[in-house]
Design a protein around this ligand. Structure first.
Ligand SMILES: [Mg+2]
Length: 355
């Protein structure tokens, strides 16, 4: 099994800001790491979306890939033992591991000529609609943003400024019936959060995501007790072990492949959450269609889908996902069903672990 990778520059259509630092897309441009696994003439692809908030960067992802290469073995079918080995060893570098996991699944699906969702025993026909995210935006700029979002049944608005109510007033004026989710990314203090949620709940919200900074579960539980709107944990739910601690604290968890380490780990996390009575949102980072396709394989299991990262890009370098009536669906092609848009694949230089 041969692993190689390359950097991929991506650009968002609009500047993307959230309430906590570190997740903004300054200057609209950033980089991802595209991972390629080759074996027996078949190539699997995956995408790493490193998050500075979780101590990750493209450099740390590439260093992880180089160290992980000798541990991959020679049989891409052995996804579970390989990923367990990598998670034990590089547990903090989940975005790089998610890329390896996606590439392995892509390879297996292509080798067996089945889409990954079929390999996992899932039915994408029952996938819920995705929300479309609007980052922190001046209320004056909202009408133009909303014009972009007309085909979506739900919007996810980033909040956490003193203009949130103004923002929601504008949104409701232009989209009176759309589902509204708000994500504070931990911006509110435990003292102010109940009042903020109460004030925003008059705009008829589907849910509130991560109202206060991670690591304050007692306060979060208290906020949820008084909240008229379901509370979803995102930054407080990184991997499967976090789910048990959140039972009775929140209504649901936001599962992302980049946080937990890939398709296999996300599948476990989703199923544990459901078995423990929690709702599941399947979320994403700002990723290309390659990264989103890995998550889309599982989306039919989610109660809330938030897989719009590729739709926020100015020029998605991959293709393969379908968007119809606000639902993002995976391809019926083998593996992840993703193809590179470039017509000049020979110019791409892949980096090997020895470099
Ligand atoms: Mg969030």
């Amino acid at each position: 099994m041969k692993i190689t990778w390359r950097r991929q520059t991506i650009r968002s259509k609009h500047p993307f800001h959230v309430a906590r630092g570190g997740a903004s897309l300054e200057g609209n441009e950033t980089q991802r790491v595209i991972v390629r696994i080759e074996c027996g003439g078949i190539t699997g692809l995956g995408e790493a979306t490193p998050s500075p908030y979780y101590g990750q960067s493209c450099d740390s992802a590439e260093a992880t890939l180089a160290e992980a290469a000798p541990l991959l073995g020679d049989d891409p079918f052995r996804v579970v033992p390989v990923m367990d080995r990598l998670l034990d060893r590089f547990g903090e570098q989940t975005s790089a591991l998610a890329a390896v996991d996606a590439a392995l699944h892509d390879w297996v699906g292509k080798r067996l000529s089945v889409p990954v969702w079929r390999l996992l025993g899932l039915n994408p026909e029952s996938t819920p609609h995705t929300s479309y995210t609007i980052g922190l935006t001046e209320p004056e700029e909202l009408p133009a943003r909303l014009a972009d979002a007309q085909e979506f049944q739900s919007l996810k608005l980033k909040v956490g400024t003193d203009r949130d109510e103004e923002t929601l007033t504008v949104v409701r004026k232009h989209a009176p019936r759309v589902g509204l989710r708000v994500d504070a990314n931990g911006a509110w203090s435990p003292e102010e959060a109940p009042g903020r949620i109460e004030a925003l709940s008059r705009f008829n919200l589907e849910l509130v995501e991560q109202p206060i900074a991670a690591g304050q579960l007692e306060a979060l539980s208290e906020i949820r007790r008084h909240s008229p709107v379901p509370i979803i944990a995102d930054e407080d739910c990184v991997r499967v072990a976090d789910v048990a601690r959140l039972v009775g604290v929140v209504d649901g968890v936001n599962v992302k492949l980049a946080k937990c380490g890939g398709i296999r780990e996300a599948l476990t996390t989703v199923r544990v959450a459901h078995r423990l009575g929690l709702k599941v949102m399947l979320g994403c980072m700002i990723e290309t269609s390659l990264g989103i396709s890995a998550a889309a394989q599982l989306a039919s299991l989610a109660d809330y889908v938030d897989l719009d990262g590729h739709l926020l890009l100015a020029d998605d370098p991959f293709a393969g996902l379908k968007l119809a009536a606000g639902v993002v669906k995976p391809s019926h092609e083998p593996g992840l069903g993703v193809v590179e848009r470039t017509t000049d694949a020979n110019r791409i230089r892949w980096i090997s672990p020895s470099e």
